[in-house]
Design a protein around this ligand. Structure first.
Ligand SMILES: *Cc1c(COP(=O)(O)O)cnc(C)c1O
Length: 351
């Protein structure tokens, strides 16, 4: 009889919220649909794609659109089926079985997951009590534990906090490890190291079209780094990892500078409004604390996070509950969606 190996037997599927609630603020997606005219243009273009042929294996047009938007050479960019795929490829490529890799806790759960699949030793550094990253402690851990790769999100999901660009560069200069900075939320902040990462031999940046650009359904992400790192990733990824429809649509959206910039600004404005609203309630009632956010979501910390999450659900709002952190993460939504959140939070604390 065939039995699963120990590694496979211990796996559990990623579990996003699937409850069908009217207000979905649990996955940090954009609330902005693409403009109708652009959707129609994309539809027309996609009708003329030869679907019997494999897509461009190098995703040239897509990488060039991304590169032009960010002012980096396309040679320093690799495209992925979401940045999630790239996290997996990065860990498989730059780690060998038994190597140590480091993360910060709390952070995005997929880093530990793919490191586990790569059969590597996980070294975790806890944040400060206020969820700031203790950079010198991280540097010491990398140096003392023979860490080959450090990966973390900046700004951080789920905390919302960010590390300044100079700190990231100091980190890269202070450790021999490959430093992978997941900038999934950097469209909402201004401390990217994208422009200089290729000057370092140990700095790789991940970006995604799933958040600010509002293309989560397409599954498109990028890794940016020097030629050696990108060459290895190009060789390690699956040959046609980004499908033709996604290549075509994401390239077209990335070329729309005003649309992309405007969308990010609108999401930032919504985040500011949500954060300010939560802060006003907190000043009146106490009982919870919204963490200052550099992203498109606000995470609130409170003793009974489960009860607040239930109250939001009862009001038709799907947020993301983190039991271990005693926190609820709420994506910034439309004005009406934010109003539904604020009214549910106010009612909960007024009880
Ligand atoms: C959402 C998210 C991603 C996943 O992005 P995809 O490109 O949709 O796979 C990666 N990293 C972090 C920290 C995220 O929050």
């Amino acid at each position: 009889m065939y039995t699963l190996n120990e590694k496979a037997a211990r796996l559990t599927p990623y579990a996003p919220n699937t409850e069908a609630l009217p207000v979905r603020l649990d996955a940090n997606e954009s609330f902005l649909p693409l403009p109708d005219a652009l959707r129609e243009k994309l539809l027309r273009e996609s009708l003329s794609l030869p679907l019997n042929r494999y897509p461009d294996p190098e995703a040239r047009a897509l990488r060039e659109s991304f590169a032009a938007r960010h002012g980096v050479p396309a040679e320093n960019v690799v495209a992925g089926n979401g940045s999630d795929e790239l996290i997996s490829v990065v860990l498989q490529t730059f780690l060998q079985k038994g190597d140590a890799f480091a993360t910060v806790s709390p952070d995005f759960s997929m880093y530990a997951f793919y490191g586990y699949l790569a059969e590597c030793r996980h070294v975790e550094t806890k944040t400060e009590e206020d969820w700031r990253i203790p950079l010198d402690k991280v540097i010491a851990t990398c140096n003392n534990e023979n860490v080959r790769l450090l990966i973390f999100s900046n700004p951080c999901n789920p905390t919302g906090r960010g590390l300044a660009r100079e700190e990231i560069l100091r980190l890269a200069r202070s450790v021999p490890a490959l430093v992978v900075v997941d900038e999934a939320y950097m469209d909402f902040w201004d401390q990217s190291v994208l422009d200089v990462c290729a000057e370092y031999d140990n700095l790789l940046v991940l970006r995604t079209c799933s958040k600010a650009l509002g293309l989560a359904a397409l599954r498109v992400g990028f890794a940016v780094g020097n030629g050696t790192l990108i060459g290895a990733l190009q060789a390690a990824r699956s040959p046609y990892n980004v499908n033709a429809l996604s290549q075509c649509a994401a390239a077209a959206v990335l070329r729309e500078k005003e649309l992309c910039d405007g969308a990010a600004q609108a999401l930032i404005a919504s985040k500011r409004a949500l954060e300010a609203g939560l802060r006003r309630i907190e000043e009146e009632t106490g009982g919870f604390s919204p963490v200052p956010s550099c992203t498109n979501f606000v995470t609130v910390r409170l003793q009974d996070a489960a009860a607040l999450n239930d109250a939001l659900r009862a009001a038709g709002v799907s947020a993301r509950y983190f039991g271990g952190l005693s926190a609820v993460r709420i994506t910034a939504g439309t004005e009406e969606e934010n109003a539904a959140v604020l009214s549910a939070v106010r009612d909960y604390f007024a009880k």
